[in-house]
Design a binder for this molecule. Structure first.
Ligand code: SAH
Length: 196
């Protein structure tokens, strides 16, 4: 019962790839997320030319918003289809290269150089590969991670943050007995204990 009903649920990488193949991507927001607009100054805090990280990025249009404002974006996503759709839908030329540190991974990078999208699992990344970030946009990421992987995910995210970085997190509030997720219900108290 309660949030216990979700804690053992696992969505495999294969299932995510299938969602993309089937077009079962109701989470994608064509118009971008109003909460990023609303809290943009919290993320940027008057700074320019930031490096912003998009964990579990899908084809989030907010990546384009931020590069258009002069920032650079790094994303990670298991679905290559999602990443290719991102570049295609914004008419952005890109090239692909292997990631020497991660077997089987690819980096898709815009020709302009300011968007780098890693096609691999987030758990394959580290700060020695992607560096550290001034800001994080976490929408559909913590809430999409399997409940059993939350601690691992948050510990990794903390290692990817610069000292003065800001982290915008979007969660969803609902009765976890009524939906199995994802998105999973992550209560405020758990967020506090995860991020400390
Ligand atoms: N943040 C995006 C997508 C949210 S849905 C948005 O706001 O639209 C979650 C995404 O995470 C899916 O596209 C899924 O393919 C991807 N994903 C799931 N597990 C992952 C993992 N371990 N590493 C990287 N991407 C993952």
């Amino acid at each position: 019962s309660g949030i216990g009903s979700q804690k053992d649920r696992v969505v495999t990488e294969e299932e995510w790839l299938q969602k993309w193949e089937m077009g079962n991507t109701g989470f994608h927001k064509e118009q971008g997320h109003p909460l990023l607009q609303k809290y943009l100054n919290v993320l940027l805090n008057g700074r320019s030319g930031l490096r912003i990280f998009f964990p579990l990025c899908g084809k989030a249009v907010e990546m384009k918003w931020l590069v258009d404002m002069g920032h650079s974006v790094v994303g990670v996503e298991v679905s290559e289809q999602a990443l290719k759709e991102f570049f295609a839908e914004h008419n952005l030329p890109y090239h692909e290269e292997p990631v020497p540190e991660i077997s089987g991974a690819k980096k898709l990078q815009s020709t302009s150089g300011n968007i780098s999208l890693y096609c691999c699992s987030i758990y394959d990344l580290s700060s020695s590969i992607v560096g550290k970030f001034d800001g994080v946009w976490d929408r559909g990421a913590l809430v999409a991670v399997n409940p059993c992987d939350r601690e691992r995910y948050v510990s990794l995210m903390i290692t990817l943050m610069e000292k003065n970085s800001s982290y915008l997190l979007v969660t969803v509030s609902y009765d976890p007995n009524k939906h199995k997720g994802p998105p999973f219900y992550v209560p405020e108290s758990e967020i506090k204990s995860l991020f400390g």
